[in-house]
Design a binder for this molecule. Structure first.
Ligand code: 13P
Ligand code: SF4
Length: 333
């Protein structure tokens, strides 16, 4: 089948089978264009968990499909490719516990901190955070969630993205430190203590790239995602989640040049003119790009013939505490 035939078949199947398709902004255009809803991590979790159809297909990375399953365990959630975000893969329960032990060795006990996990983590890590009284956050609500946790007058243990943790800390004029990078003294003094994880795609954007564009096009604006390095975000005119970036850029006058530090597929769809990518290397997320139109079609066919390919299953005990951490975020959002 060619692309048009595949798209038509997907349209027909999703209607006849009562399936909702959601896609993250980083998905390939061919997949993005057939989705019923697109959005950032928070918007998709909200939309998908409230959706009334019995079947949901999530075009994104594994933690996103898992989060919908946790929020609404009765819903049958499928992913055309169960592709894993490399940042989410940087932390598991063992690493989480080892880092908690490092905090304890520094005299920071479980009652001294509130853990917050970026939604880019496994359901098992979310469950560990929920059990310790913590929250999930996304890039669009991280500051709000951290503010809420800080109102309890405790330190924050932020996993897995050190860049998001540091960027929010700088924005709130709070001291942060990274386990494994900073000294024990720094860790003891910090209000936000970060795990040492990062997004390999957003590490591509550099201060030199910003200097290059500002020299080449004086007056150009720089808009970046908070997964970028702190020194990059500090130099940016705007920092926001994918949906916040889209809003900011779409409201600029068309003659205003803007250079954007986030994934290629999304930036490529933004504006025809005066929009640039903040890197000489194409910043494609390899795992987001794994999902194809053929995969989506195959997933729908498997629902039709009841072989149910790539259904997301999460252990009941994990769901219990991961849901607590996600629900705490949803209440604040
Ligand atoms: P958003 O929540 O901003 O969509 O970010 C998700 C993500 O994985 C960015 O790399
Ligand atoms: Fe994960 Fe980075 Fe890809 Fe986002 S861009 S899904 S954080 S690897």
């Amino acid at each position: 089948m060619d692309t048009i035939e595949l798209q038509n078949e997907i349209e027909r199947l999703k209607k006849s089978l009562n399936v909702t398709i959601v896609a993250h902004f980083y998905q390939k255009d061919e997949v993005f264009n057939v989705a019923d809803f697109s959005g950032d991590s928070l918007q998709l979790a909200q939309v998908a968990s409230k959706d009334k159809n019995p079947y949901l297909i999530f075009c994104g990375v594994a933690f996103m499909g898992e989060s919908v399953k946790v929020l609404d365990p009765k819903k049958r959630v499928f992913m055309p490719k169960v592709a894993c975000c490399s940042m989410a893969e940087m932390i598991d329960i063992d690493f989480f516990n080892k880092n908690v032990k490092i905090l304890e060795d520094n005299g920071i006990t479980k009652s001294d901190f509130i853990p917050i996990t970026y939604i880019n983590s496994s359901a098992a890590v979310k469950a560990a955070v929920g059990e310790l009284g913590g929250y999930v956050c996304t890039s669009s609500n991280a500051k709000k969630i951290i503010q809420k946790a800080l109102s309890k007058d405790k330190k924050i243990f932020f996993v897995p993205d050190k860049c998001l943790g540091q960027n929010v800390a700088r924005d709130m004029s709070l001291k942060s430190a990274i386990i494994g990078e900073d000294s024990n003294e720094d860790i003891r003094e910090a209000k936000i203590i970060c795990y040492n994880g990062f997004c390999s795609v957003h590490q591509l954007f550099s201060v030199e790239d910003i200097e290059f564009y500002r020299k080449k096009y004086p007056g150009i604006l720089v808009a970046t995602h908070p997964e970028c390095k702190p020194e990059v975000c500090e130099m940016s005119d705007f920092v926001g989640s994918t949906s916040q970036l889209i809003k900011y850029i779409s409201e600029l006058p068309i003659e205003q040049k803007v250079v954007v530090g986030t994934e290629f597929n999304m930036v490529n769809r933004l504006r025809e003119k005066n929009t640039y990518i903040l890197s000489s290397t194409k910043p494609e997320c390899p795992t987001m790009n794994e999902t194809t139109l053929e995969d989506l079609y195959e997933t729908l066919k498997s629902i039709e013939n009841k072989s149910f390919k790539n259904e997301i299953i999460v252990d009941k005990n994990v769901i219990k505490w991961a849901k607590v951490a996600l629900d705490r975020m949803m209440e604040i959002s």
